[in-house]
Design a protein around this ligand. Structure first.
Ligand code: SF4
Ligand SMILES: [Zn+2]
Length: 179
């Protein structure tokens, strides 16, 4: 085979492989994260995850297919029609927990110190939540399925205030009130 033709064929195959890998990678990335939807059967919240491997395999076939890998209503309702997928497809935020929470904090201020929340950084200084008994909670301590109800009944607090409140609650003997 002509060397030039061989080189062109190798480049073409490499380009196709790169495209497929990129497509699968994007599908995997888009499938990440916990999501909260309203189960069409019960009209109550449920937390679900997309099946990333299925999405990547479909992307490699040139298709965009969503399927769930788990739901908080499973295994009792495993085998359901996964009708809630339509909500994920239609929602601009994809029903992603991180995006729901980021949107909720936006424009709000800490209920304890009054500092306004800027763009939420989930890697450091994650904002927390304050309940009616003045207990603060990190989101990782709370089940995602309860997020819609928590957002209706709790107040936002910043990371610094959460740390201080936690310290006071856990070690009241070590805290001196100088107010
Ligand atoms: S996967 Fe099934 S049971 Fe779970 S929320 Fe969706 S429709 Fe409801
Ligand atoms: Zn604060």
């Amino acid at each position: 085979m002509n060397v030039v033709l061989l080189a062109v064929a190798v480049v073409a195959v490499a380009a196709v492989l790169i495209h497929l890998l990129r497509t699968a990678g994007v599908a995997l990335w888009r499938s990440r994260g916990e999501r909260v939807i309203n189960c069409p059967e019960t009209q109550e919240s449920a937390a679900v995850h997309l099946d990333a491997k299925h999405a990547a395999a479909a992307a490699l076939r040139g298709k965009q297919e969503l399927q769930l890998s788990d739901c908080t209503r499973w295994p009792q309702r495993a085998g359901c029609g996964q009708e809630c997928l339509a909500q994920i497809e239609d929602a601009p935020d994809g029903c992603l927990v991180t995006r729901i929470l980021a949107a909720w904090y936006e424009g709000k201020a800490c209920a304890l110190c009054g500092r306004e929340f800027g763009r939420v950084d989930w890697s450091t200084n994650k904002p927390a939540i304050l309940d009616a008994e003045r207990r603060t909670w990190e989101w990782r301590e709370l089940p995602a399925v309860e997020i819609p109800e928590i957002l209706r009944t709790h107040q936002p607090v910043c990371w610094d205030c959460h740390i201080i409140e936690s310290l006071i609650r856990k070690h009241p003997d070590r805290v001196t009130d100088r107010t």
